[in-house]
Write a protein that binds this ligand. Sequence first.
Ligand code: NDP
Ligand code: 8X3
Length: 252
Amino acid sequence: MTRTVLITGASGGFGRAIAGRFARLGDRLILAGRTPERLEALATSLPPVPVHLAAFDIRDRGAIETAVSALPPEFAGVDVLVNNAGLALGAGPAQQASLDDWEQMIDTNTKGLVVMTRLLLPGMIARGRGHIINIGSVAGNWPYPGGHVYCATKAFVRQFSLALRADVLGTGVRVTNIEPGMVAGTDFSLVRYQGDAEKAAKVYANTTPLIPEDVAESVLWCAGLPERVNINSIELMGTTQAFSPFAIHRTP
Ligand code: NDP
Ligand code: 8X3
């Protein structure tokens, strides 16, 4: 059955890969992002499926409300919402971080995600089916130096996803949190390091990170399982990424 799939951050690395996979299955797509040109470029690169473009800043609640209420009738019954838009800004210690960066991460990664969810959830419940797939991160499970607010926003996404499951029990609506580790081939590190391509490239140097298609594979798998199955969360890392021992400060 053809699904209507809304993907936020569709113009970014994961978003494009996820859109491509749903399009190859013939699903109807709503591609959301800030930049109309990036969305148009993506739309023209996809297999020919019905596409609706929705350009808005996800930090702007009014703009989201307008975009959702302006969905054409054939796109209005969203079956799968992929809450993917997000970013990290900065990687220095909390005491040196910019409050503007912190607010932007909170507004994008958490507030934007909950507004999208709150607006689309009633329709899913009324139709007795739907799937909210959130893009969390290993950063929501594992704190690391310089992660501060980014880690906290992704921990919010994880706990929000799980708590949401408790509320939608019995409605037919599914909720999944996808928690990737390091993924190359997106603008994530370029954005985090404010356009410093050298710093961004070093993140992925001499290792084999995941690629956006690996994340898309997880999303498609969860969305394609029989409706009786709800995957609560998936944490995935490259084989070359794992855990460190605790850091201990010792007096010199
Ligand atoms: P990209 O920077 O390539 O893509 C980010 C996307 O989010 C872009 O489409 C961007 O749109 C959109 N976006 C950012 N801010 C806003 C905003 N204010 N309003 C609307 N859209 C916005 O990064 P990724 O594809 O790597 O990241 C996607 C998600 O995956 C994020 O939530 C990220 O935290 C998460 N993640 C990434 C990992 C990685 O290592 N890459 C690992 C784990 C999780 P625009 O075109 O307007 O910039
Ligand atoms: C992105 C992965 O490790 O940079 O969420 O936080 S990490």
